[in-house]
Ligand binder design. Structure first.
Ligand SMILES: N[C@@H](CCC(=O)N[C@@H](CS)C(=O)NCC(=O)O)C(=O)O
Length: 203
Protein backbone atom coordinates (compact mmCIF):
# COMPACT_ATOMS: atom_id res chain seq x y z
CA UNK A 1 0.00 0.00 0.00
CA UNK A 2 1.22 3.52 -0.83
CA UNK A 3 0.60 6.38 1.61
CA UNK A 4 -0.47 9.95 0.92
CA UNK A 5 0.34 12.34 3.77
CA UNK A 6 -2.38 14.88 3.29
CA UNK A 7 -4.64 17.58 4.68
CA UNK A 8 -8.27 18.16 3.63
CA UNK A 9 -7.72 21.91 3.08
CA UNK A 10 -4.64 21.62 0.87
CA UNK A 11 -5.14 22.38 -2.84
CA UNK A 12 -1.84 20.63 -3.62
CA UNK A 13 -3.12 17.47 -1.92
CA UNK A 14 -6.34 17.88 -3.88
CA UNK A 15 -4.38 17.75 -7.15
CA UNK A 16 -2.94 14.40 -6.07
CA UNK A 17 -6.28 13.02 -4.86
CA UNK A 18 -7.97 13.95 -8.15
CA UNK A 19 -5.18 12.26 -10.12
CA UNK A 20 -5.37 9.13 -7.94
CA UNK A 21 -9.12 8.82 -8.57
CA UNK A 22 -8.93 9.65 -12.27
CA UNK A 23 -6.18 7.08 -12.84
CA UNK A 24 -8.00 4.33 -10.92
CA UNK A 25 -5.35 4.03 -8.21
CA UNK A 26 -7.54 4.74 -5.17
CA UNK A 27 -7.41 1.20 -3.77
CA UNK A 28 -3.59 1.30 -3.73
CA UNK A 29 -3.23 4.52 -1.69
CA UNK A 30 -3.94 5.07 2.00
CA UNK A 31 -4.65 8.67 3.05
CA UNK A 32 -3.11 9.90 6.30
CA UNK A 33 -3.96 13.35 7.63
CA UNK A 34 -0.86 15.24 8.75
CA UNK A 35 -0.38 18.10 11.17
CA UNK A 36 2.10 20.34 9.37
CA UNK A 37 2.79 22.25 12.60
CA UNK A 38 3.62 19.18 14.72
CA UNK A 39 7.34 18.37 14.70
CA UNK A 40 6.48 14.80 15.80
CA UNK A 41 4.16 14.16 12.87
CA UNK A 42 5.53 11.35 10.64
CA UNK A 43 5.21 13.79 7.71
CA UNK A 44 8.60 15.35 8.51
CA UNK A 45 10.34 11.95 8.38
CA UNK A 46 9.15 11.58 4.80
CA UNK A 47 9.37 15.19 3.65
CA UNK A 48 12.01 17.28 5.48
CA UNK A 49 10.19 20.39 4.28
CA UNK A 50 7.19 19.34 6.39
CA UNK A 51 4.75 20.05 3.57
CA UNK A 52 1.81 18.09 2.26
CA UNK A 53 1.39 16.32 -0.06
CA UNK A 54 4.09 13.75 0.61
CA UNK A 55 3.71 10.38 -1.04
CA UNK A 56 5.33 7.18 0.23
CA UNK A 57 5.86 4.51 -2.40
CA UNK A 58 5.54 0.77 -1.76
CA UNK A 59 9.34 0.51 -1.39
CA UNK A 60 9.20 3.12 1.41
CA UNK A 61 10.81 5.97 -0.53
CA UNK A 62 9.00 9.30 -0.46
CA UNK A 63 8.07 11.67 -3.28
CA UNK A 64 7.18 15.35 -3.15
CA UNK A 65 6.04 17.90 -4.25
CA UNK A 66 2.71 17.66 -6.09
CA UNK A 67 4.08 17.88 -9.69
CA UNK A 68 6.54 15.07 -8.94
CA UNK A 69 3.81 12.94 -7.33
CA UNK A 70 1.50 13.51 -10.31
CA UNK A 71 4.28 12.46 -12.67
CA UNK A 72 4.82 9.28 -10.64
CA UNK A 73 1.08 8.47 -10.63
CA UNK A 74 0.95 8.94 -14.41
CA UNK A 75 3.96 6.60 -14.73
CA UNK A 76 2.27 4.01 -12.46
CA UNK A 77 -0.86 4.10 -14.61
CA UNK A 78 1.15 3.40 -17.75
CA UNK A 79 2.12 6.95 -18.79
CA UNK A 80 0.68 9.54 -21.13
CA UNK A 81 -2.62 10.00 -19.29
CA UNK A 82 -2.31 13.24 -17.31
CA UNK A 83 1.09 14.22 -18.73
CA UNK A 84 0.85 14.14 -22.52
CA UNK A 85 3.63 12.34 -24.38
CA UNK A 86 3.61 14.73 -27.35
CA UNK A 87 6.19 17.47 -26.57
CA UNK A 88 4.11 20.59 -27.38
CA UNK A 89 1.11 19.33 -25.41
CA UNK A 90 3.40 18.13 -22.61
CA UNK A 91 5.17 21.46 -22.14
CA UNK A 92 1.89 23.37 -22.37
CA UNK A 93 0.43 21.17 -19.61
CA UNK A 94 3.54 21.51 -17.43
CA UNK A 95 3.67 25.31 -17.90
CA UNK A 96 -0.03 25.61 -17.05
CA UNK A 97 0.58 23.56 -13.92
CA UNK A 98 3.51 25.81 -12.95
CA UNK A 99 1.37 28.95 -13.40
CA UNK A 100 -1.50 27.56 -11.32
CA UNK A 101 0.82 26.16 -8.64
CA UNK A 102 2.51 29.58 -8.43
CA UNK A 103 -0.85 31.29 -7.95
CA UNK A 104 -1.65 28.68 -5.30
CA UNK A 105 1.65 29.32 -3.51
CA UNK A 106 0.83 33.05 -3.43
CA UNK A 107 -2.72 32.35 -2.23
CA UNK A 108 -1.41 30.05 0.51
CA UNK A 109 1.12 32.67 1.62
CA UNK A 110 -1.71 35.21 1.85
CA UNK A 111 -3.57 32.82 4.15
CA UNK A 112 -0.40 32.40 6.23
CA UNK A 113 -0.44 36.16 6.83
CA UNK A 114 -3.62 35.72 8.88
CA UNK A 115 -2.43 32.52 10.57
CA UNK A 116 1.09 33.51 11.56
CA UNK A 117 1.24 37.32 11.72
CA UNK A 118 -0.53 39.88 13.88
CA UNK A 119 -2.12 42.85 12.06
CA UNK A 120 0.82 45.03 13.23
CA UNK A 121 3.35 42.66 11.68
CA UNK A 122 1.75 42.63 8.24
CA UNK A 123 3.42 44.51 5.39
CA UNK A 124 0.97 45.88 2.82
CA UNK A 125 3.55 45.99 0.01
CA UNK A 126 4.32 42.28 0.40
CA UNK A 127 0.62 41.35 0.57
CA UNK A 128 -0.07 43.38 -2.58
CA UNK A 129 2.84 41.66 -4.30
CA UNK A 130 1.39 38.19 -3.61
CA UNK A 131 -2.13 39.28 -4.54
CA UNK A 132 -0.75 40.69 -7.81
CA UNK A 133 0.67 37.28 -8.76
CA UNK A 134 -2.76 35.69 -8.32
CA UNK A 135 -4.53 38.46 -10.22
CA UNK A 136 -2.11 38.34 -13.17
CA UNK A 137 -2.34 34.54 -13.32
CA UNK A 138 -6.15 34.67 -13.35
CA UNK A 139 -6.13 37.38 -16.04
CA UNK A 140 -3.79 35.27 -18.18
CA UNK A 141 -5.95 32.18 -17.69
CA UNK A 142 -9.17 34.08 -18.41
CA UNK A 143 -7.69 35.20 -21.75
CA UNK A 144 -6.65 31.65 -22.69
CA UNK A 145 -8.45 29.00 -20.67
CA UNK A 146 -7.33 25.55 -21.80
CA UNK A 147 -9.69 23.48 -23.98
CA UNK A 148 -11.14 20.52 -22.10
CA UNK A 149 -11.39 17.26 -23.99
CA UNK A 150 -10.68 13.73 -22.80
CA UNK A 151 -8.84 13.11 -19.54
CA UNK A 152 -7.66 16.40 -17.97
CA UNK A 153 -3.92 16.91 -17.81
CA UNK A 154 -1.82 18.08 -14.85
CA UNK A 155 -2.23 21.73 -15.84
CA UNK A 156 -6.00 21.47 -15.99
CA UNK A 157 -6.10 19.60 -12.66
CA UNK A 158 -3.99 22.38 -11.11
CA UNK A 159 -6.24 25.08 -12.59
CA UNK A 160 -9.37 23.42 -11.15
CA UNK A 161 -7.66 23.21 -7.74
CA UNK A 162 -6.62 26.87 -7.96
CA UNK A 163 -10.20 27.98 -8.66
CA UNK A 164 -11.47 25.65 -5.94
CA UNK A 165 -9.01 27.14 -3.44
CA UNK A 166 -10.06 30.68 -4.39
CA UNK A 167 -13.65 29.57 -3.67
CA UNK A 168 -12.71 27.90 -0.38
CA UNK A 169 -10.43 30.56 1.13
CA UNK A 170 -11.22 33.78 -0.78
CA UNK A 171 -15.04 33.67 -1.12
CA UNK A 172 -14.96 32.93 -4.85
CA UNK A 173 -14.39 36.60 -5.68
CA UNK A 174 -12.72 35.52 -8.96
CA UNK A 175 -16.05 34.33 -10.39
CA UNK A 176 -17.63 37.68 -11.19
CA UNK A 177 -14.56 39.10 -12.88
CA UNK A 178 -13.54 35.96 -14.81
CA UNK A 179 -16.62 34.63 -16.64
CA UNK A 180 -14.71 32.33 -19.01
CA UNK A 181 -12.92 30.70 -16.11
CA UNK A 182 -16.24 30.37 -14.34
CA UNK A 183 -17.63 28.40 -17.31
CA UNK A 184 -14.40 26.40 -17.50
CA UNK A 185 -14.65 25.52 -13.80
CA UNK A 186 -18.22 24.28 -14.20
CA UNK A 187 -17.30 22.18 -17.25
CA UNK A 188 -14.39 20.62 -15.34
CA UNK A 189 -16.62 19.88 -12.33
CA UNK A 190 -19.19 18.20 -14.60
CA UNK A 191 -16.57 16.11 -16.41
CA UNK A 192 -14.49 15.03 -13.40
CA UNK A 193 -16.44 13.47 -10.48
CA UNK A 194 -13.22 13.44 -8.41
CA UNK A 195 -13.41 17.23 -8.22
CA UNK A 196 -16.64 17.23 -6.16
CA UNK A 197 -15.42 14.18 -4.21
CA UNK A 198 -12.34 16.11 -3.01
CA UNK A 199 -14.03 19.34 -1.94
CA UNK A 200 -11.73 21.06 0.60
CA UNK A 201 -12.57 21.37 4.27
CA UNK A 202 -10.75 22.89 7.22
CA UNK A 203 -10.16 19.45 8.73
N1 LIG B 1 5.06 23.10 -4.02
C1 LIG B 1 4.38 22.25 -3.08
C2 LIG B 1 3.52 23.13 -2.15
C3 LIG B 1 2.95 22.33 -0.98
C4 LIG B 1 2.44 23.27 0.12
O1 LIG B 1 2.70 24.47 0.14
N2 LIG B 1 1.69 22.67 1.06
C5 LIG B 1 1.19 23.42 2.21
C6 LIG B 1 -0.28 23.10 2.47
S1 LIG B 1 -1.32 23.72 1.21
C7 LIG B 1 1.98 22.97 3.44
O2 LIG B 1 2.15 21.80 3.65
N3 LIG B 1 2.43 23.93 4.27
C8 LIG B 1 3.08 23.65 5.49
C9 LIG B 1 4.38 24.39 5.61
O3 LIG B 1 4.77 25.10 4.67
O4 LIG B 1 5.02 24.21 6.64
C10 LIG B 1 3.54 21.21 -3.82
O5 LIG B 1 3.22 21.42 -4.99
O6 LIG B 1 3.27 20.13 -3.26
Amino acid sequence: MMILHSHPASPFVRKVRIAIQMLGLADRVEMRDADVNDPADPLRRHNPLGKVPAFVRENGSALYDSPVILEYLDHLAGGGFIIPREPEARFAALALQALCDGALDASYLLMCEGWYRTPEQRVARWIEKQAGKVERALTTLEAASPALSGMPNVGQIALACLLGYRDFRFDGTWRETHPRLHAWHDAFAAAVPAFAATMPSSG
